[in-house]
Design a protein. Sequence first.
Length: 576
Amino acid sequence: MKKTIFWKLFGSYVLIILALSALVVLFSFSRIRTHYEDTLAGELESLGRVLILGIRPRLGNGPELDAYVKERGKEIRARVTVVDTDGKVLADSDVDPATMENHRYRPEVAEALEGRIGRSRRFSYTVEQHMLYVGLAIDSGGQTLGVLRLSYFTRSIDVLLGRLRQTLLRIVWIGALAALGLALFVSVRAARSIGRLNRASRAMAGGRFDTRVVLGHRDEFRVLGDAFNSMAGRLQELFAEASRQKDELDRIVSSLQEGLLVSDRDGRIVLVNDRLRDILGEIRPEGRFVWEVLRMPKIQEFVGRTLVSADPATAEIDIGERIFLGTAAAIKQSGGVLLTLNDITPMKKTERIKKDFIVNASHELRTPLTAILGAVETLEETAVDPNRSVVEILKRQVERLRNIVEDLLDLAVVEDRAVPIEPAEVDVRALAEKALESFAGRLKAKGIEGGVTAPPDMPHILADPGLVDQILVNLIDNAVKYTDAGRVDVVLSVGEREIRLAVRDTGIGIAPEHLDRIFERFYDVDKSRSRKSGGTGLGLSIVKHIAERHGGRVSVESAPGKGSTFTVVLPVRQNS
């Protein structure tokens, strides 16, 4: 890694230095040559303007003009040529003009005849050397009389440029060597610093968070090294804190009495605690799918439902001879599921004992209560004042006690999920009308009106007809009991895959503090009124359990003096 970084850096520097050196030599030499030729051309132009002053009066005298040109050529050490407007050479400082060819179309002569300063650099076949030419128009009174051409041998320029080239190459070579030395130094130092950072990074990646890097140079690498050391220190603190938190979490998870399981979004087990291992009898379930370890359809169903919908789910699960309350909740960050299994076997046994006691006691109380009620009714027929009022009180309380026993038996049956319900196609509207009709006498006695409201396309539902009738009877009985004037209405409506059964009254209403507990067993808002009316305090609890047995729910809306509305929502299922 170090050699790679070094050769990349040093190789880049070498390429840049060589490229710059070549560009300096090429462009500098070209610029110097161009500049020197421009300077020389400018000097020839200046000399030509002076010579034109002596050439113009001699244009008509060929021998005098040729002698003048040859003399001036020796003085300025340049070749001087005079050409007329037709291109004929009139005089030349180096060659007999009579032997020279027509110069009309030479570039410098053509440009001068057009009124510009002519300039050209080419090989002269007359003197057989490379030459620099400058042409100037000879004019008088706005009329062009001919062209003065000055030329200079480029051999002297080449000699000078050759010396300059050697000097420039020497300077560039020395500069390139110095630059290469500096590049070598910078590359070695950078590669060394990067190597130290690389080794420190590898050490920290291997878990050695106490690794530090020391760079002595005060540059960007020093800043990077300090930042690396700061990051390493912070990571060391975070890792230590994470280790402490993990140890604490492990202790908490291990001490939980509930079985705990965590899965990822694919349903693969990530974490279990010791309690769950004991429940399942699996030593290492991590890495396996939930359905592989928990081969129970109920668990697989609500865990899968939680993975898909992210809604929490709860169910009672039988594992061997034990009963567990399973709760699945979605983990939003990872998309997995947290499953807990709480052993409720003792509680379920206690509930079973209590339920059996209530059922047995109720059955045992039925016979003596029936006998007592028969005896009371016999006494009522023969009783005379003042004993008649006592007999009426005794009869009313015996009837209330018998109603309590009956309701306790009904509640025990509804709560017992081992007792299956018997679903059938139910016409809720017909049941509601029949139930309300059974209260016609009580409604008339209290001067209360009643009715059933339902949409014309009210669907049938799949439910236990007897239990749905019990819901209606209990809710209507409760409404009539606490309504002294006004109306009691049964309102049916259809929602999305559900029906709503609401019993609305204009009675005394319920205070807000009682609404949360209204469906508890034996909970009465007005105990004195309940006793007078023969209420048992179990009717609403029975309604709630019947609704839940059908996969529905119950709710209440009420305010003191404004009446109450009890609503039961039941799902619409098709009969298969």
